[in-house]
Write a protein that binds this ligand. Structure first.
Ligand code: GRF
Length: 215
């Protein structure tokens, strides 16, 4: 199977981007990162991408008068680079239906909660406010409705007494960095596929035990 040509879209520090770049260096990884794009010229992740030897471009959304014209520029750059698949990794612009539908089935996102809980922002604050004892992160296909796409992979992280937004975010980020490359691998090698709006898996896995929190 040929390796899929992947672009990563970021807006900030790019730690998930780095985990994807590192994973995709494995000779058997079924995709290759060809491009990093940011809507913010000051995104720290752009320098990290360049240090990793990748083309890293900023397309500043503020330079465009409409969301549509910004996305057309984004789309044209992706097409010029022959990109087949997009990973959103801390990309903080809401995308229009036009862009999402154009990349339907070819765009993943990572979200810092166990979807469908806590769509949107401030997920860790809201999880603490609700008193949930397990929280986590989700990789999903992107659909027009925000944080609502078919789920490819999830990681569950216990919430412990004394947790703050920062401590919880830090523990979840460690899992994000494992989960996103694993999910991307499954999508690129076809072991997780979109079928009728859901993700179908070609392998089953052990149901194992359960995470009890408190355990
Ligand atoms: C991550 O928590 C991700 O789940 C969310 O935005 C954050 C991006 O962090 N979508 P980074 O830029 O990958 O470090």
């Amino acid at each position: 199977m040929s390796r899929r040509r992947i672009a990563i879209l970021i807006s900030g520090r790019g730690s998930n981007m780095v985990s994807l770049i590192e994973a995709a260096r494995a000779p058997d990884f079924p995709g290759e990162i060809f491009l990093v794009l940011s809507n913010r010229p000051d995104a720290g992740g752009l320098d990290l991408a360049r240090e990793a030897g990748l083309p890293a471009l900023a397309i500043d959304h503020k330079a465009y008068s409409t969301r549509e014209s910004f996305e057309q520029a984004l789309d044209a750059t992706l097409t010029e680079h022959g990109i087949e698949f997009i990973c959103l990794a801390g990309f903080m612009r809401v995308l229009t239906n036009w862009f999402v539908e154009r990349w339907a089935g070819r765009m993943l996102n990572i979200h810092p909660s166990l979807l469908p809980l806590f769509r949107g922002t401030q997920t860790h604050r809201r999880a603490l406010d609700e008193g949930v004892l397990v929280h986590g992160c989700t990789v999903h296909f992107v659909v027009p409705e925000l944080d609502a796409g078919p789920i490819v992979a999830q990681a569950v992280v216990p919430v412990v007494p004394g947790d703050t937004e920062e401590s919880l975010a830090a523990r979840i980020l460690v899992q994000e960095h494992k989960l996103y490359p694993q999910a991307l691998r499954m999508v690129c090698d076809g072991s997780a596929r979109l079928e009728n709006g859901r993700v179908a898996f070609s392998q089953s896995w052990d149901a194992g035990g359960a995470l009890h929190s408190p355990g």
